[in-house]
Design a protein around this ligand. Structure first.
Ligand code: TPP
Length: 801
């Protein structure tokens, strides 16, 4: 049990005064257009005409913030606040205003009557601030509009921040979401020696928008068992009487913080290895606490009706008096002086300087961000002896490079690799030569690469946690990479959306510093799901990503390992983007030397002259490709075309940076029309082999001069367990279909072209027959080599580029 008497009478008075002040400012933000100190009776004109916001969660969060302030001062804590039910924006704005951090960031919102008026007016008002805890709010790394990610963000912030405590309010409705329900398990990954702590505060206010919450309608015993089962030690603070609740909360908080300190001491000084059963708090308080008890005969406080705006004075004039009574119930005259300044004794409850949660640098991670120490990619290059030489798998060449990034930054502990149990499968096994998977669960003989501390977090099968942890890690000023199967990255579509929105908005706030980019490495991609089949085939994340603001998103499809190294080197140095990188892990042909790869990746797109024979003339056809498998099939098609039709002028264009295709007005990477036309011509057929869904290429190029001659092949939602080459055949992306496609668009075709067309038909029949008989691809496919007949007029393949 928690000892009583944690607060002196004076402390209790001050905590309660702070809470009342924050509640007053919250109600003011939701309702008031003018008359911020109620110096005159509230009039209809003092109330905003459009009332938007969420009251229900707000008083509980104000209560928590007030108590955390007391604890920060008492224990000199380095703490940040995450508002899971971030729709309670008035709470975080009110508290940061009271502690002064808000005014430091927005000097216009002064700590006086004029500032109060602006503070109230701007909330949920055109030209003002959103109703949620948003990037605009100092101290926040979490928007909370889309519920479910608070605890994952909290853990991401705590990793490698041994001095930090992340207080994380979790809504009881939010706790019903899939991501949050699994996030409780994050405690199995936190190393008490080298990481900080997370203090979850489950806000059991009983209701969502219109329903009770599940956790509030099971017995206390069942809830306690659930939380203990997740490995937590819950402290319950339950009731509604403010005085009793202040006492209980202060005692619970002190007990929880003491336990955190003891766990950390045991691990750091005594070398304890037991996984701590970290403390958490369950705050069981009424929804809409201290708000109107009932309105128009219906109970509001402690019901779902308290969720949003409980009064509507414009529509119901009788509500005006209720609002005034509500505001006056906080006794603003005792809290603010005549100029609208918070009384000094109450203001003193706030911590000082960067200890204030609104001014904590961890919540403006760019301030703390340091460049990574980067190895030289040339030391990891694939040594290209001939175009088309077989490499071991592109991510397998990237692995040692990433291993070195981890090693070089081991001391600064600011780079981690995340993945849902797939790091080995994605070809990044080299990482485990120098680090381990961080894991606080039991380790048994026979387990691989598990250790209490390590730079890789990939032992939880939860894409949500990987994404949430990484976001929290990045937003607090560190670097990272998320490796994932291509098809299943869709699981975090929505989380990506929210992060991209965060980046867009925060980039426009001068006081927020840029953070490191969120880097996705999608290996195990659509074209090579040989043993998984249709369920694992989906390249649609690219389409999803390009919907977001062009300043934020970048999409790279390196055709080989040296290009992958060059792209990843660039991504890890970049800031404030989402970089999507798609690469293969299976043995595959290599095309470019390191120096050629760097040049190609710097340009993002280019003609591969060594594969083309249009030197000095306009080509008859442009064979374009984007992605490793489409590049292979395109080059194989080029060999066929140039072998059988030596007079045909073929140009090969490879795209690494997908956004080069878009107009510069649409994306900062976009080629000018002149550059685009120089590559793709203004009137020749372009056979474009694409990694993803074909429609995307049309979408990106529809304004280009030659768009009508673009014929795109890509994934057509055809797939199963079959041979690698058959996957391309099923989707008509294979070399034979590409040749057919080119032939169909050539002008002035004659007998050689018709013969070749027939040959392609036969090849496809042979292929189908062979794989059904032998269960593998034709020898000419398996053993294919890039090799052009000298007579075809181009440079031979046996030269380095
Ligand atoms: C993923 C998601 N689904 C639905 C919503 C819509 N929504 C906003 S608030 C809310 C209820 C939240 O309840 P809870 O987490 O308990 O917060 P509180 O009661 O403190 O407001 C819902 C369903 C949302 N914001 N996010």
């Amino acid at each position: 049990m928690i000892p009583a008497g944690a607060l002196s009478a004076e402390q209790l008075r001050l905590v309660d005064a702070w809470w009342r002040a924050a509640n007053y400012l919250s109600v003011g933000q939701i309702f008031l257009f003018d008359n911020p100190l109620l110096k005159r009776p509230l009039a209809a004109g003092d109330v905003k005409r459009m009332l938007l916001g969420h009251w229900g969660t707000t008083p509980g969060q104000n209560f928590i913030y007030a108590h955390l302030n007391r604890a920060i001062v008492k224990h000199d804590l380095d703490m940040i606040f995450i508002s899971g039910p971030g729709h309670g924006g008035p709470a975080v704005v009110a508290n940061t205003y009271l502690e002064g951090s808000y005014t430091e960031v927005y000097p216009d919102i002064t700590q006086d009557e004029a500032g109060l008026r602006k503070l109230f007016l701007q909330f949920s008002f055109p030209g003002g601030i959103p109703s949620h805890a948003s990037p605009e709010c100092p101290g926040s790394i979490h928007e909370g509009g889309e519920l479910g990610y608070s605890l994952s963000h909290a853990f991401g912030a705590a990793f490698d921040n041994p001095g930090l405590i992340v207080a994380c309010v979790v809504g009881d409705g939010e706790a019903e979401t899939g991501p949050l329900a699994t996030a409780w398990h994050s405690n199995k990954f936190l190393d008490a020696r080298t990481d900080g702590a997370v203090l979850p505060i489950l806000h059991l206010n009983g209701y969502k928008i219109a329903n009770p919450t599940l956790l509030a309608r099971i017995s206390r015993e069942e809830l306690e068992q659930l939380l203990r089962g997740y490995g937590w030690t819950p402290y319950f603070v339950a009731g509604h009487d403010p005085v009793l609740m202040h006492e209980a909360m202060a005692a619970a908080l002190d007990a929880a913080l003491a336990q955190i300190a003891e766990f950390q001491r045991a691990a750091r000084q005594a070398g304890g290895t037991l996984r701590p059963r970290w403390p958490m708090i369950v705050l069981d308080s009424p929804k809409g606490w201290t708000g109107p008890r009932s309105v128009d005969g219906k109970q509001v406080e402690d019901t779902f009706r308290a969720h949003q705006v409980p009064l509507h004075p414009v529509a119901y004039p009788g509500h005006l008096k209720l609002l005034e009574n509500w505001l006056r119930s906080y006794r603003p005259g005792e809290l603010f002086d005549a100029q609208g300044r918070l009384h000094a004794d109450i203001a003193n409850l706030a911590p000082r300087g960067a200890r204030r949660m609104g001014a904590n640098p961890h919540a403006n991670g760019g301030v703390l961000l340091r460049d990574l120490r980067m190895p030289d990619i040339r030391d990891f290059a694939f040594d290209l002896t001939t175009h088309g030489a077989t490499g071991p798998g592109d991510t397998r060449i990237l692995g040692p490079f990433l291993r070195e990034v981890l090693a070089l930054n081991e001391k600064s502990r600011n780079f981690r690799v995340f993945g849902p149990d797939e790091t080995l499968s994605n070809g990044l096994g080299a990482l485990f030569e120098t680090t381990a998977r961080q894991w606080q669960g039991e380790i048994r003989p026979g387990d691989e690469f598990l250790a209490p501390t390590g730079r890789v977090l990939d032992s939880m099968l939860s894409e949500h946690q990987c994404e949430g942890w990484l976001e929290g890690y990045l937003l607090t000023g560190r670097h990272g990479l998320f490796n994932c199967y291509e098809a299943f990255i869709h699981i975090v579509d929505s989380m990506f959306n929210q992060h991209a929105k965060w980046l867009k908005v925060s980039a426009q706030l001068p006081w927020r510093r840029k953070v490191a980019s969120l880097n996705y490495l999608l290996a195990s991609h659509v074209w090579r799901q040989d043993h998984n089949g249709f369920s694992h085939q989906d390249p649609g994340f690219i389409d999803h990503v390009v919907n977001k603001k062009a300043e934020i998103v970048r999409v790279y499809l390196p055709p080989d390992a040296n290009c992958l190294l060059s792209v990843m080197d660039h991504c890890l140095r970049s800031r404030h983007y989402v970089n999507l990188v798609i690469a293969g892990k299976h043995p595959a042909p290599q095309w470019l030397s390191m120096s050629a790869a760097r040049e190609h990746c710097a340009a993002g797109i280019g003609v591969w002259r060594w594969a083309s024979n249009d030197q000095g003339v306009e080509p008859d056809v442009v064979m374009a490709c984007c992605g490793d498998v489409p590049t292979l099939e395109t080059l194989a098609a080029v060999v066929i075309l140039r072998t059988h039709l030596p007079a045909l002028r073929v140009r090969v264009v490879n795209v690494v940076d997908l956004m080069k295709l878009q107009a510069p007005s649409a994306h900062p990477h976009g080629l000018t029309d002149r550059e685009f036309d120089a590559l793709f011509t203004t009137d020749r057929p372009v056979i474009f082999a694409f990694h993803g869904y074909p429609a995307l290429i049309h979408r990106l190029t529809y304004r280009r001069t030659n768009h009508q001659n673009f014929h795109v092949r890509g994934y057509q939602e055809e797939g199963t367990i079959t041979t690698p080459f058959d996957m391309t055949v099923l989707n008509e992306l294979d070399r034979f279909h590409l040749v057919e496609s080119a032939l169909a668009r050539l002008t002035g075709t004659g007998e050689p072209e018709q013969r070749l067309m027939a040959t392609m038909r036969e090849k496809l029949v042979d292929h189908a027959r062979y794989i059904r008989q032998f269960g593998e691809d034709l020898p000419e496919i398996r053993n294919w080599q890039w090799d052009l007949p000298r007579a075809s007029g181009g440079p031979t393949s046996r030269t380095r580029s």
